[in-house]
Write a protein that binds this ligand. Sequence first.
Ligand SMILES: C[S@@+](CC[C@H](N)C(=O)[O-])C[C@H]1O[C@@H](n2cnc3c(N)ncnc32)[C@H](O)[C@@H]1O
Length: 270
Amino acid sequence: MARTESFQLEEAAAEAYEAKFVPAMFAEWAQQVVTVAGVSPGQRILDVACGTGIVARTAAEIAGAGAVTGVDINPAMLAVAARVQPEISWLQGDASALPVQDGAFDVVLCQMALMFFPDAVAALREMCRAAVDGGTVAVVVPGRLEDQPGYGPFVELVSRHAGSGAMSLLGVYWACGDLEKLERLFAEAGLLEVRSHTHIGKAKYSSAADFVAVEVESTPLMERLTKDQFASIRTEAAAVLQPFSETDGSLTVPLQGHLVIGCKAKVRKP
Ligand SMILES: C[S@@+](CC[C@H](N)C(=O)[O-])C[C@H]1O[C@@H](n2cnc3c(N)ncnc32)[C@H](O)[C@@H]1O
């Protein structure tokens, strides 16, 4: 299936993404992928579709900022990334044609983005090309929508109020969530010793209204909802998300995701 959503944000939304969405959800996954991929001191790390750079920054805490490169197609995301951590190398580029040399990285990471690439196998092949022989490629994606007890009801709520533009975006989020298919994509891209971990993340928000605000204002959903649709979704969210509310009124929403790791073949010496 050709995908047509690429999660493009203007600068104000990119700032909101970094200020709100990253601490609520993405920072936890960045720790997971950096740990599972075994990022260590002395390694060179590439973060593909780096967004505002949380994975790159997390890897830099171990490998050093000078050893880390982030690539994203969106200059607004990269501008925020560079403001937050100017010592990492940030490059504009497409995941299907990464602007890096063959074999330049020990570990190539890609968090919450594979589902936005028109050709996921081609992007995985590019990640493999960027990795050194024997290097690691690790990807994080959300699981299937039917495996999301929090996001399932939220998507259903949005579908009651919003049109096809909003639903197209919310459909693509889960498009790489079938773990068997995902592992097959890795094998098709030539990656070896493919293994996976399924993790339930805990996205944290101050309230149901805050959850909706972050999900809308830090994503392309903002341009696809009218003010009235946004207000209705916000009003009804408290009831829909009630099972995830804590005693202090805050919200902890589970997000099931998959981390898949593969290895680039080592070239045999004659
Ligand atoms: C949901 S964000 C994830 C960002 C980051 N990895 C994180 O964990 O916060 C998806 C990112 O994928 C980027 N993206 C989408 N299509 C791309 C492509 N073809 N090549 C490079 N980046 C792409 C978007 O610009 C956006 O920054």
